[in-house]
Design a protein around this ligand. Structure first.
Ligand code: FMN
Length: 376
């Protein structure tokens, strides 16, 4: 069970939903407890989940006044393209749990609003169908495909060829989730993915070999983690694709430097929205040292807890080329399908423009000057 059947999703939003927090509250009226736990929950005590949001709130803005702002805009350059604004939709699995149109509704909304889209490996829509929706839209943002490394290399190769043929412009290799975090909220609520909500792009892969462990062996270290991504795998991926590869979930500055040395095209500073290793620092805290470490060699993006246009401005001020937004997109999707996602993205973009105008930023190049000294 995902959506409460007695309360089917309306195609329009009720009045009074004017912020991302309102979207979250409204989605709670439409989704059952287990689905909410899957979407909104984090790992263990959810310390990182809460820290992500609190850390952006703690960064302070100190506006400059009486500046000329005409001709201002939110455009940014990223991997050879100019984007209308620096907001992308984060990769999120199983979006048909939120709405019957799932990733297709999200994709349509993102493309129309000029937001980038990162499609999850575990999407419930065919990657070719999503690309067909996004690519013709003239105002669209970048279209990227997120990868989890799978042990079946022949299948991976085939999948990546499909991704290339469909017109995706980059791969995002997620490196921070070789196993799932201990997601207590989800387990407490008894979340089970319905049998008809599946990762359709993985349908053709070989079934994993049944696990046979000797006594004293660990299911984690002796089975699952033998497939966890390594730096060698990045080399292998680079050898089989012409697409740029960004790494998602790199947080230690030394790993950032290594990633640049190993040919990553970009980094996404992420703690998986607090869903993997609890008690990791907030991403607002992790971002500046990473920006410092890579010295502009590749773009650094960030996600986790972005809930306001001011958060987007702060992320850019701290050196991010762009941000990814996760759960609020799922809330918008649950609330009103594509209309709901479009509303979430529109709110963020409008709030970003307001924040820029009120802090004296004509363009995002001015953003660092809007940070209060303590945040610099
Ligand atoms: C329900 C859900 C599913 C997710 N699935 C994936 C996934 O398939 N691949 C991935 O790299 N990250 C996944 N993530 C993590 C997001 O890409 C992103 O890092 C995180 O949600 C950002 O934090 P935010 O939700 O606070 O904005 C998922 C997050 C959520 C909430």
């Amino acid at each position: 069970m995902t959506r409460d059947p007695a309360r089917a999703a309306p195609a329009t939003l009720p009045e009074g939903v004017v912020s991302l927090a309102d979207h979250e509250r409204h989605s709670a009226l439409l989704l059952d407890e287990a689905a909410q736990a899957y979407f909104n929950g984090g790992a263990a005590d959810e310390i990182t989940l809460r820290a992500n949001i609190a850390a952006w709130q703690r960064v302070e803005l100190l506006p400059r006044v009486m500046r000329r702002l005409e001709g201002g805009h939110t455009r940014v350059d990223l991997l050879g393209r100019t984007l209308a604004h620096p907001i992308l939709v984060a990769p999120m699995a199983y979006q048909r749990l939120a709405h019957p149109q799932g990733e297709q509704a999200t994709a349509l909304a993102a493309a129309t609003l000029g937001a980038g889209l990162v499609l999850s490996t575990q999407a419930t829509a065919l990657l070719e169908d999503v690309a067909r929706l996004v690519l013709p839209e003239p105002m669209r943002g970048p279209l990227w495909f997120q990868l989890y490394l799978l042990p079946d290399r022949a299948f991976m190769r085939e999948l990546i060829h499909r991704v290339e043929a469909a017109g995706f412009e980059a791969l995002v290799l997620t490196v921070d989730a070789p196993v799932q975090g201990a997601r207590d909220r989800e387990r407490r609520a008894g979340f089970r993915r319905p049998a008809d909500v599946t990762a359709v792009n993985l349908a053709a892969r070989l079934a994993p070999k049944p696990l046979v462990l000797q006594s004293g062996q660990s299911a984690l270290f002796d089975d699952l983690l033998t497939h966890a991504p390594t730096w060698d795998d990045l080399g292998w991926l680079r050898s089989i694709t012409h697409l740029p590869i960004l790494l998602k979930g790199v947080v230690h500055p030394d790993d950032g430097r290594e990633a640049v040395a190993q040919g990553a095209a970009g980094l996404i500073v992420s703690n998986h929205g607090g869903r993997t290793l609890d008690t990791m620092p907030a991403t607002a805290t992790l971002l500046p040292p990473m920006v410092q470490a890579v010295q502009g060699a590749v773009p650094v993006l960030v996600d986790g807890g972005i809930r306001r246009g001011t958060d987007v401005l702060k992320a850019v001020a701290l050196g991010a080329s762009a941000v990814l937004v996760g759960r609020p997109v799922l809330h918008g999707l649950a609330n009103a399908g594509a209309v709901g996602v479009a509303h979430v993205l529109r709110l963020l973009r409008d709030e970003l423009e307001i924040a820029m105008a009120l802090s004296g930023c004509r363009t995002l190049a001015d953003a660092p000057g809007a940070l209060a000294p303590v945040g610099r």
